[in-house]
Design a protein around this ligand. Sequence first.
Ligand code: PBG
Length: 337
Amino acid sequence: MSKRWAKHDMEFLGGRRPRRLRQTGWMRDLVRETALAPSDLIWPLFVIEGQNERAPVKSMPGVDRLSIDLAVQAARDAAAEGIPALAIFPNTPGHLRSDGAEEAYNPGNLMCRALSAIKEAVPEIGLIADVALDEYSSNGQDGLVRDGVILNDETVEVMVKSALVQARAGADIIAPSDMMDGRVAAIRRALDAASFESTSIMSYAAKFASAYYGPFRDAVGSGERLVGDKRTYQLDYANSDEALREVAQDLDEGADMVMVKPGMPYLDIVRRVRDSFNVPVFAYQVSGEYTMITLAGDTGVIDRTAAMLESLHAFKRAGAKGVLTYFALETARLLNG
Ligand code: PBG
């Protein structure tokens, strides 16, 4: 009886059996639509002052901030695994933070020294320099503040100076992460005028005001200082048309590549940007995403490695060219066997 029912059912399906393509490992390999490789991964590194110093980030188990000498070693490890680029973030000592964020354009700042040291020791890896004032300001905001208002154009002037010292120190890609208006055009113009026409710009074009940045702000020391929130410049998470307008404008202004951030909760934005613009799109799997997977893995409720690979693969499926991820080295090692 049940056999006849099954036969009837299959006649109804007209012989279509999608499971044929999933029945063996080699068949799944054969029909897989996207691949994840070490060359898709960008590894964010936090740098601190000192020698042979390693400072764990409490809210990001497994992630340490590194003094420059150890960051150089980490860069060597990353290059050896085929990771194409690092994204560098400084934890500026408290006494150097100020309302004017002047340390951002000190050519001898921690960021610039890290860029130069890595560029000299590991020239084969690309260096992405974050440009934003929150890593240098006393209030944790990405912009200069007057009477509680974020000053757009004054902030852009400081960012231009910051980008120039970074380019001089060896940054290959300038990555403005602040969401001020007009910063890409201003940085492009200044780079060109200073003969850095080969220095690229990867703009954090669609960056949302997000709760998932919490652990990062601990890592760079801006969280405890942050006054207010970033909703007057970072995007409202209810919007996606607005994200496309931001991307269009940054490309008009001269961005070579764009980024969507955070990552996993915003895969719809990655897909829309990829379908709407013919440029490399990157996604940032941010600190809070790293920590969620890590803590869930540590408590045994999910398989860390499997969730890590699945999450990274999802970015490729959504259309990202690559992913900034704190899992980069671990994943590259795994993929390289
Ligand atoms: C600085 C910056 C932030 C991140 C990257 N660059 C924090 C913020 O905008 O508050 C977040 C990265 C992460 O959470 O991993 N403007």
